[in-house]
Design a protein around this ligand. Structure first.
Ligand code: ADP
Ligand code: MG
Length: 230
């Protein structure tokens, strides 16, 4: 099985000198195709930093990052078109949904697919299917300002999945959801991991969903403290 995501000795330091913060130190982590991994740890332990490093949003300070066994960062980025990499290979579900306010739910979901070259009708059809699947199909024509927090989060999840990314990253995706909807989202992420051979890495505090992961990784002070089945 290929490693979809691999970090080798990854460090991340914010700032310099006396005010430097070591957010990640010597992190070794692999996520395989089809694997659903939970990332937990106290506030400030480096969970979001780790996700942003994998997403090529934050540049590491040291170590190596590989996606699909291809070196993406080692001393510098080794990929010319990072925006394309993020758009086509990575699905990021943020803690706060950041939908575009001037597009309805369907077009928010369809946008990354049209940016990747799909025609708008195909993209909208897929967007509606995903919204149905996430139980928010009724809201397909709604503008983001008319959506509840939970609805907006599910639209954002659909948007992250529209290009069938092989790496799916989510920062507390179920925080705004009740436990029934949290379960639907987790089941969908699991199904996607299996069906698309995707690596799914989810930051969560939610003990109710710990048992849905293949593996739980605990971070403390920027280091991996434990990595084991739940
Ligand atoms: P978590 O998501 O586990 O709560 P973070 O990854 O957000 O933790 O933060 C890890 C550490 O890095 C914290 O000490 C935080 O204050 C620091 N940090 C995060 N982002 C920045 C930044 N942009 N500039 C400076 N320090 C940061
Ligand atoms: Mg965080």
């Amino acid at each position: 099985m290929p490693s979809r995501v691999r970090l080798e000795g990854v460090a991340k330091v914010f700032g310099t000198g006396d005010t430097a913060v070591r957010a990640l130190a010597d992190v070794d982590l692999s996520v395989e195709a089809g694997e659903l991994v939970g990332l937990k740890g106290p506030s400030g332990s480096g969970k979001s930093t780790l996700l942003n490093v994998v997403a090529c949003i934050l540049e590491p300070s040291a170590g190596r990052l590989l996606l699909d066994d291809e070196v993406v960062w080692e001393g510098r980025y080794r990929i010319a078109d990072l925006r394309r990499l993020r758009r086509e290979r990575i699905g990021f579900i943020f803690q706060f949904h950041n939908l575009l306010p001037f597009l309805d739910a369907t077009d928010n979901v369809a946008l990354p697919m049209t940016l990747a070259g799909a025609d708008i009708r195909t993209a909208r059809t897929r967007a509606r299917e995903l919204l149905e699947h996430l139980q928010v199909g009724r809201r397909a024509a709604a503008m983001p300002s008319r959506l509840s927090g939970g609805e907006a989060q599910r639209v954002a999840i659909a948007r992250a999945l529209v290009n069938r990314p092989r790496v799916i990253l989510a920062d507390e995706p179920t925080a705004a959801l009740d436990s029934e909807r949290a379960r639907v989202v987790m089941d969908l992420l699991r199904e996607l991991a299996r069906a698309q051979s995707a690596a799914v890495l989810v930051v969560t505090h939610d003990e109710k969903i710990f048992d849905r992961f293949d593996r739980l990784v605990s971070l403390r002070d920027g280091r991996i403290e434990a990595s084991a089945p739940p």
